[in-house]
Structure formats: C-alpha cells, structure tokens
Design a protein around this ligand. Structure first.
Ligand code: TMP
Length: 238
C-alpha cells in the first residue's frame, strides 16, 4: 500500500492517506506531551517502541475477537490501519485509583476498585478534554446510543483481556484510555493506540511505574520503562 498525502498530525502521531481510501498509514512520533501539551519533549526511539507495543496489543485483542482499526505493522514507526472517523469521546477505564481521579474527587491514591470504573471525556484539546456523562454524549450527538453501548462493552472487555495479558507479564494494568472510530461501512472499531503513552503500567512486584507517568512526574528513564514494557510484551508473545 503506497503512502500518499499527509492528512493531519496529532501530539504523538501523523496520519497519511494511501492509494486505497479505506486505509490510512499512521506514523508514531518521538514527541511526548503531558498536561494538554503544556509539557513537551522528544525522546528518540519512543515512537518505535509505542508502534511495536501498540501493534502487538492490537494483534492480541484481534485474536480475542475485538474489532480494531489495525491491519498490520509496516515498519519501525508505521502501521496500516482502516480509515475511521474518530468518535470524539475518550474512554478511560480504571482498576486502581490514581491520576486525575484522585485530584478531581479527593479520593485516596492506589486503592484497588471493587470493579472497573469507566469514565467518558470529550476529546477536545481546546477545552482540555473535560469529563462528561453519557447524557452529554447522547444529547450533543457525540455518539449514538448504540455506539455508546458498544463502546462501554468493548472497553470493559479490553480491560479484562489486557489485565490478564499483563498480569502474565508481571505488570499491573492500573488504567488506560481508548478511542473508537467508525469506518466507511458504519462499523465501530477500536482505534488510536494502546501504549505506555495511554496506559498506566506498574511492575507487579516493585510497583515501579513503567509508563508516561515517568515523564509527567519527572521520574527519569522514560525510554527504559517503555523498553521494559516492549521486552516483556515481545517475550510474552513468543
Ligand atoms: P488521568 O488519570 O490523567 O485521567 O489518566 C487516565 C488514563 O488515561 C491514564 O492511563 C493515561 C491516559 N490518558 C491518555 O491516554 N491521554 C490523556 O490525554 C490523558 C489525560 C490520560
């Protein structure tokens, strides 16, 4: 599939058209941002690691019946994906309390939740991705009732699958963010990426943070943490 024209650029990826309008090429960048891009850096090799990790996780989820935009990894930094129109909702699933949940509600950090907590955020950088309710999503037309039901169902399924997958690698899946899109035939697909940029991963034994919190909180060795996730994911899928 030929890479054609540049389409648009996000904080961590670039999108390109291909010669087939049903497919796009996504290119993972080395740039890292936090706090709605108030904090920025670039770490050589980060894009490649996220591409490898995200590709492996999409392949794993597809093997378990989750429908995703992922087609195949093309090279170190690029994937072929189905072209989708992104639903402007970011879904966060949490297993352990931390991050914005604790800041917003004042609840204690590091508490294992009795069941997964699912939250919806409006995908709008200008507004700082505010948290929304299902009613907001439906009344303002950000998703249909049918899409929302599927988005919630698939997100919780992904949580069950990935929690188990990472547990076998000695990693606790603390929380993560998913995005969904609708393809040309109207089908809802899991989209975007699943990587240490979009998940919180803790080492099960030491509780060491192995994700973008190392960048957000200036904990050092960001790339080492991403490499460790890729090492375990690649070992685990042998
Ligand atoms: P939060 O605690 O900051 O709301 O983050 C929850 C999860 O969502 C965490 O795994 C990081 C991920 N996340 C993103 O992928 N993109 C974002 O813009 C934010 C704020 C969080």
């Amino acid at each position: 599939m030929e890479k054609r024209d540049f389409m648009y650029e996000g904080k961590a990826k670039r999108m390109f058209t291909t010669d087939d309008p049903a497919y796009c090429i996504v290119e993972y960048k080395d740039s890292l941002t936090a706090f709605n891009a108030l904090k920025k850096d670039s770490i050589e090799g980060k894009g490649q690691l996220n591409n490898l990790i995200s590709s492996a996780l999409f392949e794993y989820l597809a093997s378990k019946g989750v429908e995703t935009h992922f087609v195949r990894r093309l090279d170190d930094v690029r994937q072929l994906v189905r072209k989708v129109s992104i639903v402007p909702i970011e879904v966060v699933v949490r297993n352990i309390t931390t991050g914005s949940l604790c800041k917003r509600l004042g609840v204690e950090e590091n508490r294992a939740l009795a069941r997964p907590l699912l939250e919806l955020y409006l995908k709008d950088d200008a507004l700082g991705d505010p948290i929304i309710t299902e009613d907001h999503a439906l009344l303002f037309g950000w998703s249909t009732e049918e899409q929302l039901a599927k988005i919630k169902d698939v997100s919780l399924t992904v949580n069950t699958l990935l929690t188990d997958y990472f547990a076998h690698l000695g990693i606790i899946l603390v929380d993560f963010k998913l995005e969904f899109g609708v393809d040309g035939t109207g089908k809802l697909l899991l989209a975007d990426e699943i990587s240490p940029d979009t998940c919180r991963f803790w080492d099960a034994e030491t509780k060491k943070k192995l994700d973008k919190d190392r960048f957000r909180k200036d904990l050092g060795d960001v790339l080492g943490a991403y490499r460790e996730i890729w090492r375990r994911v690649s070992e685990g899928s042998k």
